[in-house]
Design a protein around this ligand. Structure first.
Ligand SMILES: *Cc1c(COP(=O)(O)O)cnc(C)c1O
Length: 388
């Protein structure tokens, strides 16, 4: 071990993610304080909404506390209740399913496509029942799911189509941006995503009636937004709702990031491309699997992952990267096999792809300021793979 330490250039400690500070965040937070409104729906929230609406090509965008909150709003807007089913991938973050369970409805987990790791439309079509109300599609690693195929199924059966676009700000499908592809889409600005505000999110809505109701749900079920626009002379409780809107300080930080969305995406895509190029020879020799850009899609450099031979190979890789001070986590424990997934969900079919991917996928460091440390990561990964 000491010998190999001497031989190998040791990394400083390369984390898996580092929150970015682009430039104007503090200036805008000071300005928000100076403007005197710290509660939500002030100037910065409006500017963020407008930016997100523009970036996503959607009808309406509403800032929320998190993508989790946006998904909960989407579940309310789908009018989900006990007995209803929502088809979704099992290979996703827990919030996709929790939003449905909180309405008393049942998440129905189906398998993913082995190339895109997104929900497989053929599997969705197989498991539509008279109780199905919606499809929640996740754009994994920022690459949009096959939305035309999903929209065809949704329209045939009268289902709602919701994008979990937590990872997909700035990505496109057939030239259309994520967020404009379903009836609604949920975005995340958590510090592990591309554009951040610590915690944060947005719901985009492409159906005017839903947008009107969303505004009320987000304001604790009141028509307060209409009151502030002078459309009603007092505001009152008119629908279900909760507190889903963030304060102005969060919005001010986020606005600075949104202004730089394109620069952030370009930088991350160059990291993605550099990883892709470096590992290509190993992929050709079938040593590792690499992300495949789905047909007709552009990504946003959200994530880079390797697919290992099996779970043992992955554990060995992670351990060898850790010895070199580089964090390479994996995810997700498939929801269909998690304790709460078994309790609240339903899994009608085989989950072979999901099970294999969740055993073999490992994520490499990916963040705005990664810079030349990417060389260290690539060298360390090659060493880790050679020792295997
Ligand atoms: C990050 C993430 C979420 C949750 O986002 P928050 O803003 O932390 O609530 C939901 N779904 C997916 C696919 C995610 O990657």
């Amino acid at each position: 071990m000491p010998g190999s330490l001497k031989r190998n250039r040791m990394a400083e400690n390369i984390p898996f993610n580092k929150p970015s500070l682009i430039g104007n965040e503090i200036k805008y937070i000071r300005d928000a304080v100076r403007r005197g409104q710290l509660a939500g729906d002030g100037t910065y929230t409006r500017w963020c909404n407008e930016r997100i609406r523009h970036l996503t090509g959607s009808g309406t965008a509403l800032l929320t506390h998190s993508c989790t909150a946006a998904l909960e709003m989407a579940a309310i807007l789908c009018d989900l209740g006990p007995g209803d089913e929502v088809i979704m991938p099992s290979f996703t973050f827990v919030s996709t399913a929790n939003a449905v369970v909180l309405r008393g409805a049942t998440p129905v987990f189906v398998d993913i496509d082995p190339d895109t790791l997104n929900i497989d439309p053929a599997e969705v079509a197989k498991y539509v029942t008279p109780r199905t109300r919606a499809i929640f599609a996740v754009h994994y690693a920022g690459f949009p799911a096959d939305m035309d195929a999903l929209a065809a199924i949704a329209s045939k059966h009268g289902l709602m189509l919701v994008e979990d676009a937590a990872q997909a700000l700035g990505s496109t499908y057939k030239g259309r941006p994520a967020g404009s592809l379903g009836h609604m889409a949920a975005f995340s600005f958590h510090e592990t995503k591309n554009v951040i505000s610590g915690e944060g999110g947005a719901l985009t809505i492409n159906v005017p009636d839903l947008a009107r109701r969303a505004e009320i749900i987000r304001e604790k079920g009141t028509n307060r937004s209409q009151f502030f626009r002078g459309q009603v002379d007092k505001y009152t409780w008119v629908d279900l709702g909760s507190s889903y809107l963030p304060g102005e300080l969060i919005a001010a930080y986020l606005f600075a990031q949104l202004e730089s969305e394109s620069a952030i995406r370009t930088r991350r895509l160059s990291v993605f491309d550099a990883y892709q190029e470096a590992f290509q020879p190993l992929a050709e020799g079938n040593r590792v699997g690499l992300p495949k850009v789905p047909p007709h899609c552009t990504g946003n450099g959200h994530m880079f992952y390797l697919l290992m031979e099996d779970q043992e190979a992955r554990s060995a890789f992670i351990a060898r990267m850790k010895e070199q001070n580089i964090a390479t986590p994996f995810h997700y424990v498939p929801l269909h096999s998690a304790p709460a997934g078994r309790r609240f969900g339903h899994t009608p079919g085989a989950m072979a792809v999901t099970d294999r991917i969740s055993d073999t996928l490992v994520r490499l460091p990916m963040y705005f300021d990664l810079g030349s440390d990417i060389e260290t990561v690539i060298e360390a990964a090659f060493r880790a793979l050679e020792e295997a």
